[in-house]
Write a protein that binds this ligand. Structure first.
Ligand SMILES: [Mn+2]
Length: 446
């Protein structure tokens, strides 16, 4: 049964942003109550579980909103969507935990996906709520829900942006093999190891710079140009003090000892742009420049999840353009797209040769057999036009999918990007659907 669903799903995915009016079977699949959103998420988690054994992993976490304001009149009421953004548009929120290999940076899987909606007419609470009742609880919940599929990992580091800077997290999430790396949101009052009180960022500024770090900051269309960022790095051990404005926090220890790592862009590097400044809080011990550098580097890898959300929403999958009428179906569509987008990212990485993953990461035995069939028609006569990779590597599949997506296969050509891979994957999946139905599979060889 599981297998049937998986195969059906591949048929479905190729339609994600194609002609919606032709999608009757697709609609039926998404509208089928027996296919639960939770089951789709569990499938992704169990796939992830198989990829992390013995590895040090980073879990990049972030939230995004999927907005259906442009289809507001079309979507059935009370069907699983709620208010987003300006508290008028409808849609849903998603919080994803994207697992990557800490050494290689390769995308391994999704350890958790939470979808949630905001109900209309929610009143602002008059008294402080326990964390479990707040929307921000998702950051802690995502760490907890990720744990079962990360059990085989050697070391886990959850990487969160400023929204994740919550005292509760520092108390509740870390253990011997579970760490946090979170960008600080507020200039809190802290206590130094010598017992003095300071403002966090001022105290960081007072530390001697121990070295530099540079990285390429990707551009954001309409917002900023790509630039090389040169940072100065500082670090120091601090005690974070328990917030005293929430009675529910009284159960926590009065402080937690952490390390602060600051990466601050130099004025020369920033030029006219706003300088990048990261004040990172981590449970990893940091006692030398190399360790501080590691933290800054790991945090810089957060761009991968931003890239992932971009792929889901615009470039490749165009989730927000779907014209389904049922909110529940739209949410399931979202989870399916999340799984496909994961594979697109893995295929792109496989071509960059910085990370090698086995083909089984993304393709079942049946799919691998069909890739082989397709390869015959795609390879040219000369060595230059042959797939240069081993059949057991994801890179081998990546070459084929890129060719299906319109990449010509010349080394001199620009390497294929996510759009090419998304197009290639859609084509692959629709051809696979045909192949699986074909009575005589040999005819595909010619
Ligand atoms: Mn965020």
């Amino acid at each position: 049964m599981e297998h049937k669903i998986a195969e059906k799903q591949t048929i479905v995915i190729n339609r994600l942003s194609d002609n919606w009016s032709e999608l009757m079977s697709f609609y039926r699949y998404l509208g089928n109550d027996k296919v639960r959103e939770g089951a789709l998420i569990e499938q992704a988690q169990s796939q992830c579980r198989g990829q992390v054994a013995g590895k040090d992993v980073l879990v990049l976490q972030d939230s995004t909103e999927i907005n259906y304001a442009s289809h507001q009149g079309l979507i059935q009421a009370e069907s699983g969507l709620g208010l987003v953004g300006n508290n008028q548009d409808i849609g849903y929120f998603a919080h994803c935990s994207l697992v990557i290999d800490a050494q290689q940076g390769s995308v391994l899987g999704l350890s958790d996906v939470q979808l949630w909606i905001r109900a209309a007419g929610q009143e602002k609470p008059t008294a402080p709520l326990p964390i479990e009742k707040k929307e921000t609880y998702r950051w802690i919940k995502a760490c907890q829900a990720s744990q079962p599929c990360l059990q085989q990992a050697r070391e886990v580091t959850f990487v969160q942006d400023r929204e994740g800077d919550i005292y509760d997290s520092f108390v509740r999430v870390p253990d011997e093999r579970t760490h946090l790396l979170i960008r600080s949101r507020v200039n809190r009052l802290i206590e130094t190891m010598q017992g003095e009180k300071h403002k966090l960022y001022d105290y960081a500024d007072q530390q001697p710079a121990c070295g530099g770090y540079s990285f390429l900051l990707p551009g954001l269309p309409g917002k900023r140009k790509q630039r090389n960022v040169e940072m100065q790095v500082r670090f120091v051990q601090v005690k974070l003090l328990r917030p005293d404005n929430n009675p529910h926090a009284k159960v926590y220890p009065k402080n937690v000892t952490l390390y602060l790592v600051q990466g601050k862009e130099t004025p020369q590097s920033a030029g006219k742009e706003k300088p990048v400044e990261w004040n990172l809080l981590t449970t990893h011990p940091v006692s030398c420049f190399e360790q501080a550098l590691q933290m800054v580097h790991w945090y810089s890898l957060r761009w991968i999840i931003e890239d992932y959300f971009r792929l889901l929403k615009s470039e490749g999958f165009n989730l927000e353009a779907s014209e389904l009428e049922q909110g529940y179906s739209l949410r399931k569509l979202g989870v399916i797209a999340m799984k496909s987008a994961l594979l697109v990212m893995q295929l792109r990485q496989a071509r960059s040769a910085t990370s090698t993953q086995p083909i089984a990461v993304g393709f079942s035995v049946v799919q691998q057999a069909f890739l082989k069939v397709l390869l015959v028609g795609l390879e040219g006569q000369t060595a230059k036009h042959k797939n240069p990779y081993q059949e057991s590597d994801l890179a081998w599949a990546s070459w084929i999918i890129a060719r299906l997506g319109g990449w010509k296969g010349y080394q001199s050509q620009r390497p294929p990007g996510v759009i090419t891979f998304t197009r290639g994957l859609k084509r692959f999946e629709s051809m696979l659907a045909g192949w699986l139905l074909a009575p005589d599979k040999d005819m595909y060889k010619h």
